[in-house]
Design a protein around this ligand. Structure first.
Ligand code: M7G
Length: 303
């Protein structure tokens, strides 16, 4: 097949003005600079995919505008460049440190891509000992927050009541620089509730506080109303201390899809109708093949 070289030949012709339709790309693209563009409207934006679609106007030499659709997309990491990325001196601004977890804001040199959000969540730890024997990953970071030993300056809201109170903090994954990927986490003060499975009607006052006060605090601090938030629990969670995720509705956050996320408003309604709802029903969830829990299911002949 002779398709490989063709696009190149086409481009050369266009750049030399010998071929192609200059009004539809070709020479027009060759003369194109980003500063010719004015943004008229953001058509679509995805914080997860790091892509934005713009309705722009391209200003010509005579000052007349032509409509344009512009797609800006951050490039993916290139595996072979990762060692260089770690080796080169770069600014690493510590944003948060809690137990074995840190987040940094990294400014790598331009040849290794623009601003990159770094997350030193200790992959080695995850792989080496991700699940403690009984209840999952270690929860020291959670207790550090509840006891104000870490992230105290980041607390957005606290209800200090030992049985119906909680602490609301920005999630490790959110750098707070933009609202598109807003992500906060509410950690309850009570320590015995491991997950959604443990909840009964007894916990309704706590859950209603988290829902109501969490929404109010986020609106007050970040100007995002409750109607623009997705508020949910994970099942299975990675950390077995009850916590609730608050993410921007437009943000397709990892773990916000149906097989893992349970909307807090639905959880409250289900418990109000039947206190034993989550003790009785089957809860379906995906597991990675290398997770120890998956092995347990295999050993029990369930998968
Ligand atoms: P999860 O539902 O247990 O599991 O959520 P997931 O991590 O698989 O989503 C725990 C949440 O806590 C996640 O959104 C984490 O990003 C967040 N998180 C984890 N750690 C270790 C920290 C931390 O040290 N500080 C803060 N603020 N958030 C954390």
């Amino acid at each position: 097949m002779a398709e490989g070289p063709q696009p190149k030949r086409k481009r050369e012709e266009d750049e030399e003005g010998n071929g192609g339709d200059a009004t539809q790309g070709g020479a027009a693209a060759a003369a194109f600079t980003l500063s010719d563009l004015r943004v008229r409207r953001v058509l679509r934006e995805s914080a997860r995919d790091k892509i934005v679609f713009l309705h722009a106007e391209r200003i010509g030499l005579s000052g007349e505008g032509t409509d344009a659709v512009v797609i800006l997309e951050k490039t993916p990491f290139q595996e072979e460049k990762i060692p260089d990325l770690l080796k080169k001196p770069m600014n690493a601004e510590l944003q948060m440190h809690n137990d074995i977890y840190c987040t940094f804001y990294l400014s790598p040199p331009p040849e290794l891509s623009g601003g990159v959000q770094g997350d030193n969540q200790s992959r080695a730890y995850r792989q080496a000992g991700g699940w403690n024997l009984k209840y999952g990953r270690r929860r020291v970071w959670v207790y550090n927050i509840l006891e104000k030993k870490a992230e105290a300056d980041r607390i957005v809201h606290e209800n200090p009541d030992p049985s119906n109170g909680f602490v609301l903090v920005p999630d490790l994954k959110w750098n707070q620089n933009q609202l598109d990927d807003l992500y906060l986490i509410a950690l309850v003060h009570r320590r015995q509730i491991k997950s959604l499975r443990d909840l009964t009607a007894e916990h309704l006052p706590l859950l209603r506080n988290v829902l109501q006060e969490g929404k109010e605090a986020i609106e007050k601090r970040f100007g995002v109303p409750g109607s623009q938030l997705r508020i949910y629990l994970h099942y299975q969670p990675s950390y077995h201390h009850l916590h609730v995720h608050f993410t921007a509705l437009g943000y397709d956050a990892p773990g916000s899809s149906v097989e893992r996320a349970h909307l807090l408003a639905d959880v409250i309604d289900n418990l109000a109708m039947d206190s034993m709802y989550y003790q009785k029903r089957a809860l379906t969830f995906p597991l990675r093949a290398d997770e120890p829990l998956f092995k347990k299911f295999q050993e029990a002949g369930k998968v």
